[in-house]
Design a protein around this ligand. Structure first.
Ligand code: GDP
Ligand code: IMO
Ligand code: MG
Length: 428
């Protein structure tokens, strides 16, 4: 007791970073278990704003031990860049642990990510271009490079040769790009070895021991349920398991050690990249949400697609992840609206469907069925108790709670660390 998982309930950028930060100083370990530097978490602490990509957001809390676990794909250039930038701002990063089994993102993964996206043309996924998909593809194909391979130069060279063999044929003959030299990759990777060595350990063992000592271990998911490679809107997904099950496989901590699953859900919906999005708005309400919620990607700066709250998606996320508590973020963004539509079900070919359709083709043309809620037309950023929220805001939250399959324990009313309303404590 207790292992706690934080997951995104929608298509990412729900405010997971802020939620991690909120749990703060009672956490002993914070573990990134999936994804890589495709994530972008903005955390606001007082007047300071931090944008984290590869490192878990919990690194900002003094005393916490941050862990990059086996399920993560690590771009070493980004890792050391982020560590240096945080150190320069006075954040203590000395406790960072990196799994010996985590896979490495290399130059050829980034290159392949970009050329394949270009090749896909209109069918492209809209990836972050960080090499995430190709690195996970190599892992599954058993030609990946793991962190531990860096400590044996012979093995490293053999593995890089193996990995580049087919890729160079592809790059040259299909994509019309230059071949990538084995030496170039090996030299680059070896340049990080001495800095990396002290951080590398059996993170699964260390986390297991921490749980045995009854310390609090927080698993911080990157991306989100609908971007999960198994449970999301495939193929418009990322290449890892962003759902709570991924916390186990991605860290080596068994499912029965996880006591609580916190789903982060926005009071409306956003998505970056391509793929189905039933409640997407193309009108002035969309512009309003994007501008008021400042919905521009933390990683790529792309404007996020925006839409109304989708209750079947929240219910789906509650089921797939076993959500025990929701954190509902960005309620303040809705402050100025007269009425707020919420998608309660879909219409597919004239038939009402209450849950996400089995067939993705159906989901692509599912039309949202909306219920309208009256707005509160009042600034709620100063509210700190549920009772002090305007009645219409309370009713909106209670309605979402009734539709979404789990209790809403915390409500975000602004980006700041203290801009929350706590209804139920997230930590036991
Ligand atoms: P993550 O990827 O899930 O960590 O989320 P991002 O950091 O990409 O996007 C969430 C954005 O919303 C960040 O800029 C946060 O500072 C901001 N944010 C989080 N919670 C709230 C909230 O309750 N209200 C407002 N206005 N902003 C919030
Ligand atoms: P956080 O952790 C939102 C999206 C990309 C693209 C798809 C695949 O900040 O919520 P990838 O580069 O992973 O192969 O891209 O997934 N995507 C995200 N969207 N938030 C994220 O992370 C994302 N990480 C990946 O836009 O559609
Ligand atoms: Mg983000």
């Amino acid at each position: 007791m207790p292992g706690i998982v934080i997951v995104g309930a929608q298509w990412g950028d729900e405010g997971k970073g802020k939620a991690t930060d909120l749990l703060g100083s009672r956490i002993d370990y914070v573990v990134k278990f999936n994804g890589g530097n495709n994530a972008g978490h903005t955390v606001v602490v007082g007047n300071e704003k931090y944008a984290l990509h590869l490192l878990p957001s919990g690194i900002l809390t003094p005393g916490v031990t941050p862990v990059i676990a086996n399920g993560v794909v690590v771009d070493l250039e980004v890792l050391f860049h982020e560590l240096e930038a945080l150190t320069a701002r006075g954040v203590d990063v000395s406790k960072l642990r990196v799994s010996a089994n985590a896979h490495i993102i290399t130059h050829y993964h980034r290159t392949i990510d970009k050329v394949t996206e270009r090749f896909l043309g209109k069918r492209q996924i809209g990836t972050t271009g960080r090499g995430i998909g190709p690195a996970y593809a190599d892992k599954i194909n058993r030609v990946g490079i793991r962190v531990q391979d860096l400590f044996d130069e012979n093995i490293l060279r053999q593995k890089v040769e193996g990995a580049l063999d087919v890729k160079n044929h592809m790059l040259v003959k299909i994509y019309n790009r230059r071949a990538i030299a084995v030496d170039e990759i090996v030299e680059d990777l070896l340049s990080y070895v001495e800095r990396l060595r002290p951080m590398v350990t059996d993170t699964a063992l260390e986390l297991h021991e921490a749980l045995e000592r009854e310390e609090i271990v927080l698993f911080e998911g990157g991306q989100a349920t609908m971007l999960d490679v198994d449970h999301g809107t495939y193929p418009f997904v990322t290449s890892s398991n962003a759902t709570s099950g991924g916390a186990s496989t991605g860290s080596g901590i068994a499912p029965n050690r996880i006591d609580r699953v916190i789903g982060i859900v926005k009071a409306y919906t956003t998505r970056v990249g391509a793929g189905p999005f039933p409640t997407e708005l193309f009108d002035e309400f969309g512009d309003y949400l994007r501008a008021t919620g400042f919905e521009f990607g933390t990683t790529t700066g792309r404007p996020r697609r925006v839409g109304w709250y989708d209750a079947p998606i929240a219910r789906y996320a509650a089921r797939i992840n076993g959500v025990t508590d929701f954190v509902l973020t960005k309620l303040d963004v809705l402050d100025d609206l007269d009425t707020i539509p919420v998608c309660v079900a879909y219409e597919v070919d004239g038939v009402r469907v209450d849950e996400i359709p089995v067939s993705q083709s159906d989901f692509h043309h599912a039309k949202p069925i909306y219920e309208e809620f009256p707005g509160w037309k009042q600034d709620i950023t100063g509210c700190r108790t549920f009772e002090s929220l305007p009645k219409n805001a309370q009713d909106y939250v209670l309605a979402l709670e009734a539709m979404s399959g789990s209790r809403i324990s915390v409500i975000g009313v602004g980006p700041g660390r203290d801009e929350v309303v706590v209804r139920h404590n997230l930590l036991p």
